[in-house]
Write a protein that binds this ligand. Structure first.
Ligand SMILES: Cc1cc2nc3c(=O)[nH]c(=O)nc-3n(C[C@H](O)[C@H](O)[C@H](O)COP(=O)(O)OP(=O)(O)OC[C@H]3O[C@@H](n4cnc5c(N)ncnc54)[C@H](O)[C@@H]3O)c2cc1C
Length: 422
């Protein structure tokens, strides 16, 4: 039985651990740098292809207790004119929902499930990987522990799931350097408010360069209120030095958005009600020509960090874990399995990384601004028939979350072709 060392216990690393366990692959240990795992971050979305995996892992019911099942995605210009609306998840005909969820809730469920199924000791916290070496006996992670001591943790395979600033990736690609920034600053926060629209809709609004995204991630059944996740993005004002994930203040950006006008939604009040605001530079990584070197491969942001457009960060990390586990179940040789994993996943995420550099599906907002900077009465005066639907559908196919791909592969009559290794 193979021993698999997963570097990084974020969403991708924990989902991969569950996928490996589900398919009976090996003995898994997750090394996580943080000593105390806290519900960090704000909201994210999980698209139906990844939700299907989470359903197969039998964690969807638990996630659904905390998450919002997204019903619709709407794009607006900054004047409040509706550019495009499309149903999402079950409302769109998928067999599983799209989830809008607080990252802390998602992470908490994945962590508890890994510890429950694989054993508490399967996730070693306060264990920061500082280097990776390989020889004929296996792969060896050099680990610095929270008390300052060092040890070596070895396995047959290593999965680098240690995020945007991955140490494992740096071991494979030492010349690469820091992630690339595009000059855009993002501010993120959450606040409790009355529901807007049907209480399950995600809205993305903007002009040629600015964006505001809002969607509910938790609902309080007693008060009827929802926790809304928001993100505001704009080119970083001159001289603004951004502290990635650092605390911030609406005063650092809100004056540029104050002209945003929605007669049914007071965005200013939502942002003002936030308990905490954090700021981030928008950054990604160049696509890699390969993810695997010998016994080591990459997954999630470590493999393909991309700009946060189109809800693909956590989604694609979960998909990586599933395809990697399935490849290991289907191939006797590790080399063949890692090659099969990368051959299936890398083209998809490479195309998403590139598409997201030109704003992914959100590009429709910039196009609407170029064609009608002062707004419009009828969207059909701005876009040709079918133009918006085609952009949305094409992106879904690129990301492998179109209805056909998700529903076709997952009905009970068509189970995943995986033989369980015992
Ligand atoms: C604290 C935090 C908050 C985030 N908040 C949001 C958010 O609000 N919205 C959103 O869309 N996305 C957020 N993200 C990013 C999002 O989680 C990822 O884009 C996506 O889920 C892919 O997950 P991942 O597992 O590849 O990377 P990540 O979720 O970034 O997980 C990487 C993990 O590796 C650990 N790690 C890093 N270096 C080492 C090392 N040397 N040794 C061991 N472990 C290491 C990190 O502590 C982290 O737990 C956040 C990420 C983090 C880490």
């Amino acid at each position: 039985m193979a021993r698999v060392v997963i570097g990084g216990g974020g969403v991708g690393g924990l989902a991969a651990a569950l996928c490996l366990h589900h398919l009976g692959i090996g003995d898994v240990v997750v090394l996580e740098a943080a000593q105390n795992i806290e519900p960090l971050g704000v909201g994210l979305n999980i698209l139906p292809n990844a939700v299907r995996v989470l359903r197969d892992l039998e964690v969807l019911d638990q996630l659904s207790v905390q998450a919002i099942h997204t019903s619709e995605l709407r794009y607006y210009n900054c004047h409040g004119d509706l550019i495009w609306a499309e149903p999402r998840g079950v409302a769109a005909g998928y067999i599983v929902p799209q989830l809008s969820i607080h990252r802390g809730d998602l992470h908490g469920v994945l962590l508890a499930t890994v510890r429950d199924r694989l054993g508490y000791q399967a996730v070693l916290t306060g264990a920061s990987i500082t280097g990776v070496a390989e020889d004929e006996t296996g792969v060896h992670a050099r680990v610095e522990h929270a008390d300052g001591s060092f040890s070596t943790i070895s396995g047959d395979l290593m999965i680098g799931a240690d995020g945007m600033n991955s140490t494992v990736r740096a071991a494979l690609w030492p010349e690469e350097g820091a992630p690339a920034r595009n000059g855009v600053a993002m501010w993120r926060g959450t606040s409790w408010t009355e529901p807007f629209l049907d209480g399950r809709t995600m809205i993305v609004s903007g002009d040629d360069v600015r964006r505001i995204v809002l969607y509910p991630v938790r609902a309080d059944g007693r008060s009827g209120r929802v926790m809304v996740n928001w993100v505001a993005a704009q080119p970083a004002p001159g001289g603004l030095s951004l502290r990635s994930g650092g605390p911030s203040d609406p005063e650092r950006f809100w004056s540029s958005f104050d002209v945003w006008s929605f007669d049914w939604l007071d965005i200013s009040a939502i942002i003002a009600a936030s308990e905490q605001v954090h700021e981030y530079p928008m950054e990604d990584r160049d696509p890699l020509p390969r993810w695997t070197c010998g016994r080591v491969t990459l997954l999630g942001d470590a493999a393909h960090a991309m700009y946060p457009m189109g809800s693909n960060g956590a989604t694609q990390a979960v998909m990586d874990g599933w395809v990697l586990a399935r490849a290991l179940a289907e191939h006797d040789s590790h080399d063949e399995a890692l090659l099969a994993y990368e051959t299936e996943r890398r083209p998809i995420t490479t195309e998403l990384q590139i598409k997201n550099r030109s704003m992914g599906p959100e590009a429709v907002i910039s196009v609407a601004h170029e064609r009608a900077p002062h707004g419009f009465v009828n969207v059909n005066d701005v876009f040709t028939p079918g133009e918006l639907a085609a952009i949305s559908q094409k992106y879904a196919v690129v990301g492998n979350f179109d209805i056909d791909s998700v529903n076709r592969h997952s009905g009970p009559e068509n189970p995943p072709e995986v033989r369980r290794k015992t």
